[in-house]
Design a protein around this ligand. Structure first.
Ligand code: HEC
Ligand code: HEC
Length: 394
């Protein structure tokens, strides 16, 4: 039954309460609010060391949206996408025109603008999940795309991930604005209706044609899709990562065991042996040419060792690796032409804003900013994954 009588003011005398939002839609809505809040907080405010919480909340959001999409195909009347009036562009246009004139009809399900927003929100969250996974794979070398994506593609996905995240915030603000606007216009608290599930229906309201929920097909599709997705994600994430064998698909850095023994011996006397992939070849050459005045120390070696180490560093320099540090770091050039430390570079200081402010570097067992492995348990590999940050307590 589609009643379409103009006039939006509710006549409460003849109004009746009808169930509109089913239990799943309500649970979905408020769990999604929680999941997106946590993902936004960890993504925008808290730092890289919150990556695990960010991913758990993001995965929850993507699973919720996936199941909501399935419910949009099999669910009851108001959950169905086919009842979203937005799918008829003329009705959307009519609704906008009516709003301008102040006498748009009242829809019991989503009104055309609201439905458009719901679809946009669902799509944006799915796109955030995809770009986030691509960012993890290409840049951080982890997750289902661990072996598939080059750094630049992961980086580009990261740019889109951020744009989408800001877009989502803007859309949420519009969504809340729309709910407040419609609640006033219709004289019914729409946020409360998303809790109770009930709305007041009066003559003149637009009610979508009744459709039964097809629960079994919905459950079967959800189990197949979510189960299949989880299986794919787990299996492809657990593929033996070729990060550390030196022959990775995109030239990953070498493992500790394969460190050049002369380098390991001579360059770990005063600090950790830095992975050669941390710096470009040019920087290693410059650094090795100035060992006699090495950050205020005399680290000079005999010519044979110097040239052996230089060759090895150059052969495994940043240009040969596809990790994040390999794309981030280079030694800053000082005004007098000499080089500074990685830790003096702008990139390094920006990345360490939070721990620098927290006083994490003042902990005794850290000792020096250059003691990367005090906090990065994978520092020797040169990967510096956000999953491997562990701040020492004292
Ligand atoms: C006192 C502990 C500490 C030391 C020492 C340290 N870091 Fe970090 N590093 C951190 C923390 C904490 C973060 C995450 C910052 C945040 O919350 O955004 C981080 C972030 C990073 C990141 C970015 C990781 C990401 O996923 O975004 C890189 C790369 C990195 N550090 C490299 C280094 C290098 C290279 C050194 C040594 C020259 C070093 N760090 C020394 C604590 C440390
Ligand atoms: C005599 C001690 C000593 C030896 C040997 C030594 N270094 Fe250093 N190195 C230092 C000091 C001191 C710093 C300054 C950073 C710090 O605060 O620890 C430094 C810093 C560095 C940095 C910059 C790290 C940063 O971001 O602060 C690199 C890269 C480096 N050394 C590479 C090497 C290499 C390669 C060798 C072997 C050829 C080597 N070092 C041998 C003392 C030494």
């Amino acid at each position: 039954m589609t009643l379409e009588i103009k006039g939006s003011q509710l006549d409460h005398a003849q109004a009746e309460q009808v169930p509109v939002w089913d239990l799943f839609v309500r649970l979905f809505h408020w769990t999604l609010v929680a999941a997106i809040s946590v993902a936004a907080l960890t993504g925008f405010v808290l730092g890289a060391s919150w990556i695990r919480v960010h991913i758990v909340s993001a995965v929850l959001a993507v699973v919720l949206v996936t199941v909501r999409v399935i419910w949009g195909l099999f669910g009851p009347t108001f959950a169905r996408f086919s009842s979203f009036v937005v799918l008829h562009p003329e009705k959307l246009r009519a609704h906008l025109d009516n709003l301008r004139g102040g006498k748009a009809p009242r829809y019991i399900g989503h009104n055309p603008l609201g439905a458009l927003m719901v679809l946009a929100l669902l799509l944006t969250i799915l796109a955030l999940g995809l770009t986030g996974t691509m960012l993890l794979g290409g840049v951080y070398k982890t997750g289902p795309f661990i072996d598939d994506l080059p750094y630049w593609l992961g980086w580009l996905s990261g740019v889109f991930h951020q744009l989408l995240a800001f877009g989502l915030l803007a859309m949420i603000a519009l969504h809340i604005g729309g709910v407040i606007f419609e609640s006033r216009r219709e004289g019914e608290n729409l946020a409360r209706a998303m809790v109770t599930g009930k709305k007041t229906v009066a003559p003149g309201n637009v009610v979508a044609p009744q459709k039964p929920a097809l629960v079994l097909p919905a459950i079967i599709t959800a189990v197949l899709l979510v189960g299949g997705g989880a299986y794919w994600a787990l299996v492809s994430s657990n593929e033996p990562p070729e990060l550390l064998d030196g022959n990775g698909p995109r030239g990953m850095p070498v493992a500790e065991a394969q460190f050049d023994p002369v380098f390991a011996e001579e360059c770990s006397a005063c600090h950790m042996a830095y992975n050669p992939s941390l710096l470009p070849a040019e920087d290693w050459k410059k650094l090795m040419a100035g060992l006699d005045s090495h950050f205020g120390e005399d680290a000079s070696l005999d010519d044979a060792s110097t040239s052996q180490i230089t060759d090895w560093l150059v052969a495994n320099a940043a240009e040969t690796a596809d990790t994040r540090p390999a794309h981030l770091f280079s030694l800053p050039r000082k005004a007098d032409g000499t080089i500074g430390a990685i830790t003096d570079s702008k990139v390094w200081r920006e990345l360490h804003d939070t721990p620098l402010e927290n006083g994490a570097f003042k902990v005794k067992s850290v000792g020096s900013e250059a003691n990367c492995q005090a906090c990065h348990t994978d520092a020797v590999s040169g990967v510096f994954s956000p999953f491997n940050i562990k701040l020492p307590k004292e």
